[in-house]
Design a protein around this ligand. Structure first.
Ligand code: ATP
Ligand code: MG
Length: 263
């Protein structure tokens, strides 16, 4: 199992810096979890946006995270990614993790393949970038400048940049939010395929309930600074949105989000 070979990152209560185990051996709890969050609190200006939150994600599990705008989803994702360490509580995540945001955040002065390798330690080979670009169907754009990419292509380049890190945990913050409907469907399928092929745990933040039920093993709803609701999606893949059980799950989640489904 992937998490057996990578040590965890631990943030203890009140800590502001990342610590890893001295031996580099995995913490016992991470063998059963790709993510283990206990008693997590994050405040801004004295207001707790995340308030004693608990979360476990199994290795290889695909989890979708829903919640109204401003409820703290991106804050949680940034903490899991190690980008925000001003927290209280315990956060255990695999050392190998990668994040992709709604905006692809490509450096305009670097060609696509160089963007894919950006920030990797050592001197990574171009071949590594090309392999990741092939996985997302973008081999032919390796030499392109980011500004010449379409929105969907840029988002796939951003995914390639995440994949080249060979993550055990892939964190996605509304990665399809800015795409048109057709490109979005293709990008959703691609993420589903990559997840099956790679076997990494995924935490996908989305506003789209249908997307969550299409892709995830489990859907969470964040509210009041905690995971206020969760539901297992026990439907075979590929999923059929016309399946009555699909519609039932979607309706239940919309209700939890305070959206009235009856016109
Ligand atoms: N650096 C910061 N300084 C002050 N407040 C912040 C900061 N980052 C986030 N917040 C506040 O924390 C709350 C949660 O923000 P967050 O971005 O996590 O929400 P979200 O659930 O991702 O929303 P959305 O769905 O709109 O992306 C918001 O009220 C936001 O204004
Ligand atoms: Mg957000």
């Amino acid at each position: 199992m992937a998490t057996d070979v990578h040590g965890p990152v631990t943030l203890q209560k009140g800590a502001t810096a990342q610590q890893t185990t001295a031996t580099g051996r995995p913490h016992p709890t991470t063998r059963a979890s790709a993510v283990r969050v206990q008693g997590l609190t994050r405040s801004f200006d004295g207001r707790a946006v995340i308030d004693d939150l608990q979360l476990d994600v199994r290795p290889g599990e695909f989890v979708a995270l829903l919640g109204r705008s401003g409820c703290g989803k991106s804050t949680l994702l940034r903490i899991l990614a190690g980008l925000d360490r001003d927290i209280e509580g315990t956060v255990l995540v695999p050392r190998r993790k990668a994040v992709a945001f709604q905006a692809p955040r490509l450096m305009p002065w670097k060609k696509v393949w160089r963007n894919v390798l950006l920030g990797l330690p050592g001197k990574p080979e171009r071949a590594a970038a090309e392999q990741a670009l092939t996985e997302v169907g973008l081999t032919h754009r390796a030499n392109a400048w980011p500004k010449t990419l379409s929105g969907g292509e840029a988002q796939r380049a951003s995914l390639a940049r995440a994949l080249v890190r060979e993550p055990d945990l892939l964190l996605l913050d509304e990665p399809f939010g800015a795409l048109d409907a057709l490109t979005r469907i293709k990008a959703q399928r691609l993420v589903g395929e990559l997840w099956r092929r790679r076997g990494c745990a995924v935490l996908l933040v989305t506003h789209d309930v249908e997307e969550a039920v299409l892709l995830a093993d489990r859907v969470l709803v964040m509210d009041g600074g905690v995971i206020a609701y969760e539901t297992q999606v026990d439907l075979d893949r590929p999923r059929d949105i016309a399946d009555p059980r699909f519609a039932e799950l979607r309706a239940g989640l919309l209700e939890r989000l305070g959206v009235d489904t009856v016109a």
